[in-house]
Write a protein that binds this ligand. Structure first.
Ligand code: ZN
Length: 229
């Protein structure tokens, strides 16, 4: 799963650090297996929930999209992306392409580094019916003290699902694809996706956010993962 999720792409400009109900997508969510966050942990003893059957067409599209996503071991994933200083059509095309890949991959977020582009850009969508948001040059301006643990996956780490502790509330400043300043106050899943993607832009993977034991298990899952189509 990957940066998956779906959410308020609506760059919510309200500044309420109140937990925005977190919006945990339910059934929908389960079909989305994307890059990351699995807000609802499938019961471990119910294998059916772990690997939901996808419609063959959806599965094929997902596999095709994932083939464009850099995987663990690719040095670009450990590289810090550079600030964007040109807000041109090329940037907007790149963002559109990233949004498409994220959707096809059933992810909730996708950072430029994951497609081999070292620009400080990511897209995300935590709610299935929301508009995809693009954040350029994002800066975590404020992070709340409260933290919570949730399961995350990552499009770049096939078959890895780990519990990651992160702050629940964040405030981010960024630019949109036209260079206009935006500010987002996010909580819950949205805040988590934002932090996960900013980590990518800094060359940080969820493997660095977990315990040694979890990392061992994750590495085993990576070794056993099927090579992405
Ligand atoms: Zn990721």
């Amino acid at each position: 799963m990957a940066d998956q999720a779906t959410d308020e792409a609506s760059l919510d400009t309200q500044a309420s650090p109140e937990p925005s109900t977190g919006a945990m997508p339910e059934a929908e969510e389960r079909e989305r297996d994307p890059d990351e966050l699995d807000p609802e942990e499938p019961e471990l003893d119910d294998p059916e929930l772990e690997e939901p059957e996808l419609d063959p067409e959806v599965a094929a599209r997902r596999a095709a999209a994932l083939a464009h996503v850099r995987k663990f071991g690719d040095p670009v994933l450990r590289t810090r992306a550079r600030p964007v200083d040109r807000f041109d059509d090329a940037l907007r095309e790149e963002i559109m392409r990233m949004g498409q890949l994220m959707n096809d991959a059933l992810g909730v977020g996708l950072a430029a580094t994951q497609v081999g582009v070292l620009n400080r850009v990511f897209v995300y969508r935590v709610q299935p019916d929301a508009v995809t948001a693009a954040l350029v040059n994002p800066e975590l301006e404020w992070v709340g003290d409260d933290e919570e643990i949730m399961e995350e996956g990552c499009l770049s780490l096939p078959d890895v699902h780990v519990d990651v502790e992160r702050p629940i509330h964040v405030r981010v400043r960024a630019s949109n694809e036209y260079g206009e300043p935006i500010m987002i106050e996010a909580s819950g899943l949205e805040a988590r996706v934002i932090q996960h993607e900013i980590d990518h832009l800094n060359g940080v993977l969820i493997l660095e956010r977990i315990s040694r034991q979890q990392r061992k298990e994750a590495m085993r899952a990576l070794r056993e993962a099927q090579p992405a189509a």
